[in-house]
Design a protein around this ligand. Structure first.
Ligand code: PLP
Ligand code: CA
Length: 304
């Protein structure tokens, strides 16, 4: 495989690349929006690509919302043509994995938020209901459910010692599966703050249980397989657009896709260049084929 270019491109160069592509996979945060703020021009880009006959998919490691709630968010941010079927989140794909791949029988212990819980319920996967009036006291005071056959860890702002203790108790049983929604270490918040990501919580459970989680989200290939199985995607005809080299760009490389870094999110051109200049062959998969300032550059590509 020849090394990837990290080429800064615009205008007609974007159009030339798109000529050989049928599918565009957009990461969401840092590409389409930043938190609750739309990236300027993003709704127009989606419409334009669809008018050009492209199939557009959204692929996010953010497990906090069910698919239906993403549709609402897209509409609120000005998108007019995004369907629920085109949105693949780590919560939706985790539910698909537990139901269709490992066909879990029994209950799932969830560390996560509403997005994960709702997607599991919609997939018909049974979860352990949390006691509403949890007893205070030691770990001995908390019941363990004997029907638990899997632990799923995702982003959870109410993560605490008891959840960590319970998850690691369940995972003492080697027949209990260990799944994580995504490996993201942290996410940028407004005002220079960050929030720990699912990967941080998963690392705690991995340490406490001496187990390794099966990771569903990018850069694992599973989310691409999810989309491909429903829409019959050919990797060579697909472009992955993302803002984070270690998740989105590596994901594209893992799935055999051409990759494009956009500079509206986490990673910088300098970081991409650093990976390109590195002697470590493993780092080459972090190098994007192409770099754009923003996906709004697609508008110029098709203008006049
Ligand atoms: N998970 C959480 C909890 C997030 O807040 C974010 C970004 O805001 C992500 C994951 C990453 O989402 P994406 O894959 O769309 O960049
Ligand atoms: Ca992102």
């Amino acid at each position: 495989v020849s090394s990837r270019g990290c080429h800064m491109i615009r205008g007609s160069q974007i159009r030339d690349i798109m000529d050989s592509k049928l599918n565009v996979l957009f990461d969401c945060d840092g590409v389409i929006w930043n938190g609750e703020t739309v990236v300027a021009g993003a709704p127009e880009v989606v419409t334009l690509l669809k008018q050009q006959g492209k199939r557009v998919f959204f692929i996010t490691n953010n497990c906090t919302r069910p698919r239906g709630s993403y549709v609402t968010k897209f509409i609120r941010l000005g998108f007019t043509d995004v369907a629920e079927e085109d949105i693949f989140s780590s919560a939706y794909c985790s539910a698909a994995y537990l139901r269709d791949v490992v066909k879990v029988e029994g209950k799932v212990y969830v560390i996560g938020c509403q997005g994960v819980v709702k997607e599991l319920r919609e997939a018909g996967v049974t979860i352990v209901e949390e006691e509403t009036d949890a007893p205070t006291g030691t770990i001995y005071d908390y019941p363990l459910d004997p029907d638990v056959k899997a632990v799923l860890v995702g982003y959870d702002e109410t993560f605490d010692f008891i959840k960590l203790a319970k998850a690691s108790c369940y995972l003492q049983n080697n027949d209990c599966l260990f799944v994580a929604t995504d490996p993201d270490p942290w996410h940028p918040l407004r005002g220079g703050r960050i929030t720990p990501g699912s990967g941080s919580l998963t690392a705690a459970v991995e340490t406490a249980s001496s187990r390794k989680a099966t990771v569903i989200g990018k850069p694992s290939r599973f989310m691409f397989e999810c989309i491909a199985s429903q829409f019959n995607l050919e990797p060579s005809q697909s472009l992955m657009v993302g803002d984070r080299l270690e998740t989105d760009i590596l994901f594209g490389a893992n799935c055999g896709l051409d990759t494009m870094l956009t500079l509206t999110g986490v990673s910088t051109l300098e970081e991409a260049q650093c990976y390109k200049d590195s002697d470590d062959p493993e780092r080459k998969d972090f190098v994007p084929d192409y770099v754009v300032e923003t996906i709004a550059d697609f508008i110029d590509a098709y203008g006049e």
